[in-house]
Design a protein around this ligand. Structure first.
Ligand code: GAL
Length: 753
């Protein structure tokens, strides 16, 4: 900025305060307004330094030398570019200069023999070769999308790969029949780039394909939405949506970066997992953006809905050709934001910029396509957040600048140091090792952690996630660990439907914290000698069985369990005495539905009569623990068993994951439900006057027949309504203002406009 004077102006326009810097160049007659921020999810028009809207969609930004380069699709003329692939440059990522159409598209086949630009690039080719180039990059039928560039340090060349599509001989009408990758080369980023070739990419050998439609021969080797990535060892990869956009591939490029390292033909030469990797067949992901942070590979993708936004997902791997893990949608949902987080804030991923990868500074680049006018599609750049354990997050960030990174992603820690299950308050770690970033340098620190939990108050044997908090650089952070309350009162911990038991079951057996535990096997059919077990039959529905296994191999007590067949129950018989008991049972939903269930038990009293005691119906949505207390005083001396039964009280048949029976010295009359994830939702919020609004509860409790109350801010009850199964509708007759919606111990604000 030397030689320039900086002045700050505030201009009032159409009721908005727009504050920006105006630079007067010393020459005095050129005036440029410089930008010093990104507008995030707002996605306003982004002009280049000449004041023209930037045309570089589906693009990629990287630093080469001291400059940032932005390559992308020129959509000035709409869907099919008349210019080619555009290239911009910048010193600061905010202010961009149009450099060139780095790879020019060809208007007429004749231009290849007459226009000096094309003669220079392609003059040496045969007519047939020229035809092939023309077919791939002409302005009438070619589709030139998602160009990405890489610089090859060894050869000093710049390479562009792009989605090179268009009609084929077999499908002359189609815009997307070629489904291929195009590659071009140049001595400088602004071009001119010489188009080299268009081809499909890797596929599996015939025998490794299944019978899915997208695996059929015609769809193999497709390459559409794509990206490039250079690893620390300078090996480059191409990432592309293949098999009719159903499957993602990553293939290693050759040393020159101009072709696949191991050719696509003959099929079988390149090996899955060695030369390329085939990821998530059938998942239908596109718009891949791959980056590396803290030794791990991250890939964010979109779904495939054309120009319409959809929910992002990201995957993580330790090894680029190794196992990738689906981490879900990184977008953080917050209320009242203009661009839905569930639709990636109205964007589709195109790239993630490693602004300073070592320091954890990455920028998400999204396209907010405007299908009505593609040239007016916008660029949404967001800071990538990482949790201290490396989960990626995108937020509804509006105005921000690069100094934002001083405040975020400044702490990392290895979650392995908190692995395992904690059973006693005093075992919860008091300190933890963390990496803390100060400016751009990471330092290892020991940080004190405080745990807001009392394990002894948790329901017996229920594996629970608890949060610890600590403060680093003035920012409050949290960690989670798994805890379980295990003590000498525990008599049975049955890991239902588990073949070998779970980590929790094993821990209980070995820690000696439950010396009075009766069962030494995770589960078994009822047996007289040991005095416990399930009494139902196990098998298929056709066999008339009562129930069947779900995830028997799981090491997690909640994840393995039983499901009952149509109208059946799940029953356990346990030997007991005349004592006060606490019955705790765990449930996990495996089919993404909600279930109303009830637990009751029966026994023979000392007069020989059958006694049945039942607990209230409850609702399980994802995972819950039901916790009850009861007293036995009249159990038959020669037949001292209870049979515990789980039955449905709604339409879906019962399930269960584990059962714990403990002694207790306290009987409370209330049904003690320990529920997780309970939440009161009100929508739309804000609501307009005279519009209906809806209240819904999610969680693990049967909330039917409970009441929702609405108060004004002075605490005056305004209205109330019984909650129903799904959503409860309120006819909104409330005047404008703020209200409090209440159900049990849950409160939420409602704004009426
Ligand atoms: C999108 C894709 C874009 C473009 C568009 C055409 O799904 O990501 O690059 O091909 O479809 O409809």
């Amino acid at each position: 900025m030397s030689g320039k004077k900086k002045k700050k102006y505030t201009i009032r326009c159409a009721g908005l305060n727009i504050s920006f810097f105006i630079f007067f160049l010393l020459s005095g007659n050129i005036m440029v307004d410089a930008r010093n921020y990104f507008d995030g999810v707002i996605g306003g028009v982004w002009n280049d330094i000449d004041g023209k809207p930037i045309q570089v969609h589906g693009g990629q930004v990287q630093k080469i030398g001291d400059k940032w380069w932005w390559i992308g699709e020129d959509k000035e003329d709409g869907y099919r570019t008349q210019n080619g692939i555009s290239m911009y440059s910048s010193d600061d990522l905010y202010n961009w200069k149009f450099e060139s159409y780095a790879l020019r598209a060809i208007r007429n086949r004749a231009d290849m023999d007459t226009d000096p630009y094309f003669v220079n690039l392609y003059g040496h080719l045969t007519d047939l070769q020229k035809d092939e180039v023309y077919q791939a990059i002409n302005t009438t039928t070619s589709v030139i999308e998602r160009p990405k560039m890489i610089y090859n340090k060894k050869t000093g060349k710049y390479i562009i790969w792009f989605h090179a599509d268009g009609p084929t001989e077999e499908a002359p009408e189609s815009g997307y029949a070629a489904a291929a990758a195009g590659v071009a080369i140049s001595d400088s980023p602004e071009g001119p780039f010489t188009f080299l070739k268009r081809s499909r990419l890797h596929q599996l050998p015939d025998e490794e394909y299944g019978n899915e439609w997208y695996e059929q021969p015609g769809n193999r080797g497709f390459a559409r939405d794509m990206n490039l990535f250079i690893d620390e060892d300078e090996v480059a990869y191409i990432i592309y949506s293949s098999e009719e956009n159903r499957t993602m591939f990553i293939s290693r490029l050759n040393e020159e970066y101009t072709d696949l390292d191991v050719p696509q033909e003959p099929v079988g030469l390149a090996k899955n997992g060695v030369d390329f990797v085939r990821l998530y067949p059938g998942a239908q992901r596109e718009a891949p953006a791959l980056f590396k942070y803290d030794g791990r590979y991250y890939m964010i993708t979109s779904g495939a809905t054309g120009w319409e936004p959809n929910a992002a997902r990201y995957w993580v791997a330790e090894d680029i050709f190794g196992e990738w893990k689906d981490m879900g949608d990184p977008c953080i949902r917050e209320n009242g934001i203009p661009y839905a987080a569930s639709l990636t804030f109205g964007t589709q991923s195109t790239n993630v910029i490693p602004y300073d990868a070592a320091a954890g500074k990455f920028i998400y680049m999204g396209d907010r396509w405007n299908s009505m006018d593609l040239s007016d599609s916008r660029y949404v750049w967001l800071p990538v957040y990482f949790t201290p354990t490396g989960e990626m997050e995108l937020r509804s960030t509006e105005i921000w600048d690069l100094s934002f990174f001083d405040e975020i992603n400044t702490i990392k820690f290895n979650p392995d140091q908190l692995a395992g299950i904690y059973f006693r308050n005093e075992d919860l770690p008091e300190r933890m090792k963390a990496q803390v970033r100060n400016k751009d340098k990471w330092e290892e620190k020991e940080v004190p952690v405080s745990w807001d939990t009392d394990i002894t108050r948790l329901p017996p044997a229920s594996l629970t996630t608890v949060t610890g908090s600590f403060i680093v650089n003035g920012i409050s952070q949290s960690v989670t660990v798994k805890v379980a309350n295990i003590n000498e009162d525990l008599l049975y911990f049955i890991d239902s439907g588990a073949a070998e038991g779970s980590d929790l079951f094993d821990s209980i057996q070995v820690t000696g914290l439950a010396p009075n535990l009766i069962n030494r096997l995770p589960d078994q059919p009822f047996q007289e000698e040991s005095g416990w077990g399930y009494t139902g039959t196990v098998g298929t529905n056709e066999e008339g069985a009562d129930m069947d296994y779900k995830n028997p191999e799981s090491r997690d007590a909640f994840t393995s369990g039983w499901f009952a067949w149509y109208n059946k129950t799940i029953d356990y018989k346990l030997r007991v005495k005349n004592e006060m008991y606490r019955l705790t049972m765990g449930f996990q939903e495996w089919w993404n539905t909600g279930r109303y269930m009830r637990i009751f038990f029966s026994y023979k009293d000392n007069t020989g009569n059958e006694v049945i005691k039942e607990f209230p119906s409850f609702y399980n949505r994802t995972e819950s623990t039901q916790d009850y207390r009861f007293e036995l005083a009249d159990i038959h001396p020669d037949d001292s068993y209870i049979t515990i039964c789980v039955e449905k009280t709604g339409s879906a048949d019962p399930i269960m994951s584990w059962l714990a029976l403990s002694l207790t010295d306290e009987i409370t009359s209330v049904n003690n439900v320990f529920s997780s994830g309970r939440k009161l939702h009100v929508f739309p919020n804000p609501v307009s006057q005279n519009q209906p609004f809806y209240v819904k509860v999610t969680g693990e409790k049967d909330y039917r027949n409970m009441k929702v109350f609405i108060y004004d801010l002075s605490g005056q009850l305004i209205t109330q309504n019984l909650i129903s199964d799904a959503v409860t509708e309120f006819r909104n007759l409330l005047p404008g203002g703020t209200y409090i919606v209440n159900l049990e111990d849950m409160y939420t604000k409602l704004i009426v406009k």
